[in-house]
Design a protein around this ligand. Structure first.
Ligand code: TXA
Ligand code: MG
Length: 325
């Protein structure tokens, strides 16, 4: 593994590694991705191996623009309108796939998930490589997503050929995933673009069928994004009176109104901005996880805007400690 500052020279080197079937971790505006040549099944298989990811969980394919997207997916009118509004950016569209996309990428589904990231390093890498890049978040399966190059190095360092460092991710939560392959666009995962903003363009989104643990609704796993330490979501008054507080890592949404004792404390956004909270979420969870606390007690955030994505990640982290239904 080698960690490199992203610059034109290292980006070209990374593109050459992708051409040879290598694995390159790179920054996007949401989280760091673990990239491989999307059209090379052997390279894609290495992603699953490095992440210990089950083969039923399909990957997002990253492209440089809509023209490259059109080579791998059928672009409907609905998809086109959303692309116009939100690409490049944190919106992934699930569309009918065209021939040539390996089954391994889509887990055998007739659809493929595609996005154009807005991070300049991600775009430069895809352009230098010239082909679509399959990239899940660069973390072991089920674990916290990485928002810095150091997170990737810590969790997957020995399994990656190169890590491009492009600084901390500005959005901080993964892309919103919308399935536009059917009549009504369906929200599969809340993320970096709010549902409110998408619905202004698309009209009301349908809700995904909850089918936990089953491959028919991939991305809908109920346990995910989890620190190694158990996490519970509690109203802030209950956190302050919890008997485990002295050994707890506390994740607050805004600045606390009174002092209290704790093992470790992270405040997502002192002034209460949901965008700032999303940006800080995974880094704060990584720090709490490393603090030696017995439990992480997390305050809920309002479920509007990026708050939906934050609560989705916190609930899945909380579920990770529980036996699956
Ligand atoms: O922001 C992001 O989306 C980041 C960065 C690296 O782009 N990527 C990311 O990938 O979050 P990953 O693999 O951690 O999550 C992708 C999700 C998976 O849960 C997968 O099940 C879903 O997208 N997905 C992929 N292809 C799909 C398909 N054809 N139908 C439904 N869901 C799909
Ligand atoms: Mg992921």
């Amino acid at each position: 593994m080698s960690l490199h500052e992203a610059n034109p020279e290292t980006i070209l080197k990374a593109a050459a590694l992708l051409k040879k079937g290598g694995l390159v971790a790179f920054p996007t505006e949401t989280v760091y991705g673990l990239g491989a040549d999307a059209l090379n099944p052997a390279a894609v298989a290495r992603i699953f191996e490095a992440k210990q990811r089950p083969f039923f969980d399909p990957l997002i394919v990253h492209v440089a623009d809509r023209f490259q997207a059109a080579k791998i997916a059928e672009i409907s009118e609905k998809a086109s309108v959303l692309m116009e509004a939100f690409w490049p950016g944190p919106l992934t569209l699930v569309m009918k796939k065209k021939d040539g996309v390996p089954d391994l990428v889509t887990s055998g589904l007739p659809t493929v998930a595609v996005r154009v990231p807005s991070h300049p390093v991600a775009l430069a890498l895809i352009r230098a490589f010239g082909c679509p890049v399959a990239a899940p978040s660069a973390n072991p399966f089920g674990f916290l997503s990485p928002t810095t190059a150091a997170h990737v190095e810590g969790a997957l360092g020995s399994k990656v050929d190169m890590i491009l460092n492009g600084g901390p991710c500005s959005t901080g939560v993964e892309s919103t995933i919308v399935d536009v392959s059917g009549d009504v666009p369906v929200l599969l995962r809340p993320g970096g673009i709010s549902v409110e903003d998408i619905e202004k363009i698309s009209g009301p989104l349908g809700a995904a069928l909850q089918n936990a643990g089953k491959p028919s609704a991939p991305g809908q796993l109920e346990q995910h994004y989890a620190p190694r330490t158990p996490l519970e979501i509690l109203p802030v008054e209950k956190i302050f009176t919890d008997s485990r507080l002295e050994k707890a890592g506390v994740l607050l949404w805004k600045s606390p109104l009174k002092p209290f004792c704790f093992r470790a404390l992270e405040v997502l956004s002192p002034e209460g901005s949901l965008n700032e909270a999303a940006q800080n979420l995974f880094a704060a969870l990584h720090r709490l996880d490393g603090s030696g606390c017995d439990v992480i007690l997390a305050e809920p955030v309002p479920e509007a805007g990026l708050g939906r994505a934050i609560m989705d990640r916190l609930r899945k982290a909380a579920n990770a400690g529980r036996p699956q239904a």
